[in-house]
Design a protein. Structure first.
Length: 225
């Protein structure tokens, strides 16, 4: 479908794209839990597109400003969210193997073969008809990431997601065999769907934790150096 052009993305493609682009913007949430993007280079006064460094060219030690694995995988989930056509909320997810290999990525959108121009993106219907909203049609990022694994098993794997999964996604996560969920923000921990999600994941013995960034926001410029 048009809203899931990243379906069946291979690990090599993801690594190649991320290595060449190194392009990620972290979400930051304000006191009202609303997200916004900002473009702050991870290295002060440094254009990352030119890969500048303050390290001496004679220093044999490795670079110290590289991303941690957690930041790297969450960054991929955040970048994937940018592919979503949803005008209200963009969510991304990244499924990672025990050995740190990316198995699948996804974002919220309509099923394959269902045009994102012919179905509604609205959160509410003026007539009160739920079929005039996105909710009966949209597939969540977590589900897309799990289904986009190119037939690799999700059993025992980690799922990085930009938003804590709702109860419906929690069911899919449990049934797929994912062992740990790392989330960036929690939409509303007082909502029934998220209370139920916490309960289901806990009962199934699935670990979940909030992502703790080890670096500030990072950005790139799509310009030749």
């Amino acid at each position: 479908m048009n809203s899931r052009e990243l379906a069946l993305v291979s690990t090599a493609t993801v690594f190649g794209a991320l290595a060449s682009a190194f392009a990620v913007r972290f979400y930051s949430s304000n006191s009202n839990s609303r997200k916004q993007f900002s473009k702050i280079d991870s290295v002060p006064n440094c254009d990352v597109s030119k890969k500048c460094s303050s390290q001496s060219p004679f220093d044999p030690s490795k670079r110290k400003e590289y991303l941690s694995w957690d930041d790297y995988f969450m960054a991929i989930a955040l970048l994937s969210a940018e592919r979503s056509k949803d005008p209200n909320r963009q969510v991304g997810a990244c499924l990672v193997s025990k050995n740190g290999i990316i198995l699948g990525i996804g974002y919220n959108g309509f099923p394959r073969g269902c045009s994102d121009d012919d179905l509604p993106w609205a959160k509410k219907s003026k007539s009160g008809d739920p079929l005039e909203t996105k909710y009966p049609y949209v597939c969540h990022a977590e589900v897309n990431a799990i289904l986009n694994t190119n037939h690799a098993s999700a059993v025992g794997q980690r799922l990085y997601v930009t938003m804590f999964p709702c109860n419906e996604c929690a069911k899919i996560i449990i049934l797929s065999g994912v062992s740990e969920v790392i989330y960036f923000i929690e939409k509303n921990n007082s909502d029934m769907a998220y209370i139920a999600s916490h309960k289901l994941l806990s009962m199934a013995g699935i670990k979940f934790r909030k992502h703790q960034p080890q670096t500030d926001q990072i950005s790139i410029k799509f310009q030749e150096s």
